[in-house]
Design a binder for this molecule. Structure first.
Ligand SMILES: [Zn+2]
Length: 317
């Protein structure tokens, strides 16, 4: 039987957890659905990745209001993916902050990504009609590193390198050693790598490890609340990315085509990672991008709704 396209058949409701990491840091997680991070400063609240729609953002706001009445002034976008950014307007923030590379990706492919992501995973875009027309635009961009001071609390936004996308940023509380990684790190959830840089990603994970976080909020999966759990999250993500790149590279060197490389890589990775959520969703996109990088495309090609379906038919049809 053919697999339903991407995650159109995924209708399972997820249980939300709101995990306290410190007096200043919380994680809104949902059994492998996209996470949102929350930082509460002396005078303001920062939200890191927004959920997919303004209606879905209301549930995050409801949780925030159980612990603070300070104004939500800042939204940070760890990267450009629609499922992370289209809920931004729901918070009515003063500022939306992202790396300049993320801004450039929104300009270059934001429209196509929005259509593609909504088509792939309708359940994640609950009340999609509440998303305003057009795109979500950062009002502040940075390159490399910036610090924001929420009163006395320093919040660092850092580009440690490319990985999940060209524009990945992490959010770091240096005094408390708490990190919000975006999709650079996943836990018990399959990394989406359709826009990834496979060669760079492990080095970027090294830089995260070098910060020595004591807690880490991944892009998907439960909050990691001990150094041991953080190490497990980093190792799992690294293993998946490296195993895929090794398998695809070996296939390319042997002169195999994408279809053969896909089937081979799926079979190799399934025993180790097949139990992670969205494994079957991610594999065709991930292997296609990995094959591109191992052959002729230094940068990810733009995914459109049409290209998504075409690719799926070729590999799964
Ligand atoms: Zn993403």
């Amino acid at each position: 039987m053919n697999k339903a396209f991407a995650s159109q058949a995924d209708l399972e409701e997820k249980q939300v957890s709101f995990t306290k990491l410190s007096d200043n840091a919380y994680a809104y997680t949902a059994e492998g659905d996209p996470n949102t991070g929350i930082i509460i400063g002396d005078d303001a609240v920062m939200v890191i990745d927004t959920q997919a729609t303004p209606v879905m953002a209301q549930d995050v706001i409801r949780r925030i209001r159980e612990v603070t009445d300070k104004p939500i002034k800042y939204v940070v976008l760890s990267h450009y993916h629609a499922v992370r950014v289209l809920g931004a307007s729901g918070y009515r923030p003063e500022h939306i902050i992202a790396s300049r590379d993320t801004y450039d990706l929104i300009v270059e492919r934001g429209e196509q990504d929005k259509a593609s992501e909504i088509g792939r995973f309708p359940r994640l875009f609950q009340a999609v009609e509440s998303v305003p027309a057009g795109l979500t635009w950062p009002t502040i961009t940075f390159t490399g590193r910036m610090s924001l001071w929420l009163g006395k609390l320093e919040v660092q936004l850092i580009q440690l390198g490319r990985g999940h996308t060209k524009g990945d940023s992490v959010v770091w509380l240096p005094e408390q050693r708490i990190l919000f990684s975006g999709d650079l790190v996943e836990f018990d959830a399959t990394p989406y790598a359709g826009d990834a840089y496979f060669k760079d990603w492990p080095q970027t994970l090294d830089k995260i490890a070098a910060l020595q976080p004591v807690a880490l909020v991944p892009g998907r999966g439960a909050a990691l609340t001990t150094p041991e759990q953080v190490a497990a999250g980093l190792a799992g993500t690294r293993g998946f990315v490296s195993d895929m790149y090794d398998s695809v590279q070996a296939g390319v060197k042997a002169g195999k085509d994408l279809n053969a490389v896909y089937k081979e890589t799926y079979a190799k990775l399934k025993p180790t990672y097949g139990h992670w959520v969205i494994f079957d969703h991610c594999m065709p996109f991930d292997v296609t991008r990995c094959f591109d990088e191992a052959t002729q495309y230094a940068d990810p090609r733009i995914w459109t709704a049409e290209r998504d379906v075409q690719m799926w038919k070729t590999l799964e049809g």
